[in-house]
Write a new protein. Structure first.
Ligand code: GTR
Length: 359
């Protein structure tokens, strides 16, 4: 009894934020990293309420959560893939993730073609590619807006319109540090990695997670929170991704703008940092640095002012410099393509060159 009271007292003394440390991201981290992870999850992305859920099942190339939420994966293998020689994997949310939960009907022909070109290119280089529509994990919309737009279009409400939030919580019972959509999507990538581990043709120890823009922010969150990802690649992820907040880039997106447009991507505490980009306690280089000792790759577009290419490069440079001091060399890659906010074969070529010697 005394022991139990002491234990409860200790928990109270540790405070509520420490209790939130149940996020599976904390497994296997050293103390210094735990503190930093705690800060970022408390202040930006929120905590996942569950790790690998006991009620997750695999049905062919689909993942089903609690028998309710189904996520379909597209899987392409390189020629000659076999169980004897499982292949390295590139994992990404595909271009349907820009469709705000409306699914395939808005998956445009150009995006469809680009994804097919990427699939063909990646597999021609000897890698498998796995991609899926992240809206199936959690729609890229606030719940109320999503339901209203479905009604307006006369579409029936799916039984669980708000994806994993409806199954595992974090929507109606939201607290200031509950997971936002980016953390939920990153969690989705981890569940896909659970699935990859069951596939004999795929080498689950050689998986690179990548993504563009909002899905670049997501790729970083996945790489940081799940040490099974061997390489983390953020393409044009900007604010809340690879862009340093404490770097003057006037035409780039700032915290007050991203939290006005997309508050649901983050935990509610992030709103407290509106207007304080330059004073924020920890910056995005420290967040990306949490992928160490694994590899990090960052890419930008030279004219992508909103993402802030110079501020993204500055962050990658800071990570590389910090890691060099720790004896980690050649683990950070960077390129900047000519042009704007794009993610295409040019990026995959350079990224796969990096992977060839590291994945
Ligand atoms: C923008 C947003 C960016 C970026 C982008 C995208 O509107 O402000 O942070 O993530 O969307 O994902 O395409």
């Amino acid at each position: 009894m005394i022991k139990r009271r002491m234990f409860l007292g200790l928990l109270v003394a540790m405070g509520a934020t420490t209790l939130m440390a149940a996020d599976p991201a904390f497994d296997k981290l050293d103390a210094g990293k735990k503190e930093l992870m705690q800060w970022f999850l408390d202040n930006e992305y929120g905590h996942a309420p569950v790790g690998r859920p006991a009620d997750m099942t695999f049905q062919g190339n689909s993942i089903v959560f609690a028998g309710k939420v189904k996520v379909d994966l597209t899987v392409k293998l390189p020629a000659g893939a076999s169980k004897e020689k499982p292949c390295p994997v590139i994992l990404m949310g595909d271009f349907r993730a820009w469709n705000n939960g409306m699914h395939d009907d808005k998956y445009s022909h150009e995006q469809d073609k680009l994804q097919k070109d990427i699939d063909a290119y990646v597999t021609s280089r000897g890698y498998a590619i796995v991609h899926y529509n992240l809206n199936e994990v959690a729609p890229d919309q606030p719940r109320r807006r999503m339901i209203a737009s479905l009604k307006q279009q006369g579409k029936p409400l799916p039984p669980y319109p708000y994806g994993v939030f409806e199954v595992y919580g974090g929507e109606s019972d939201r607290t200031a540090t509950s997971w936002g959509t980016i953390r939920a999507w990153a969690w989705g990538h981890s569940r896909v990695l659970d699935w990859i581990e069951t596939q004999p043709m795929l080498d689950a120890k050689r998986v690179a997670v990548c993504g563009h823009s909002r899905l670049g922010k997501t790729a970083i969150c996945a790489g940081v929170t799940d040490p099974r990802f061997k390489i983390t690649y953020s393409n044009a992820s900007g604010c809340g991704g690879a862009k340093l907040n404490k770097f003057k880039a006037d035409r780039s997106e700032h915290i007050h703008q991203i939290t006005r447009g997309f508050p649901y991507w983050f935990c509610q505490n992030y709103l407290k940092w509106r207007g304080h980009d330059l004073e924020i306690t920890h910056d995005q280089d420290e967040w990306m640095g949490l992928v160490s000792p694994r590899c990090l790759y960052v890419a930008s577009g030279s004219k992508d002012d909103w993402a802030g290419p110079a501020a993204e490069k500055a962050a990658a440079d800071k990570v590389a410099a910090a890691w060099e001091k720790q004896g980690l060399k050649g683990k950070v890659g960077y390129h900047c393509h000519e042009g704007g906010h794009a993610f295409d074969l040019r990026d995959f070529k350079l990224f796969l060159d990096f992977c060839d010697t590291r994945l």
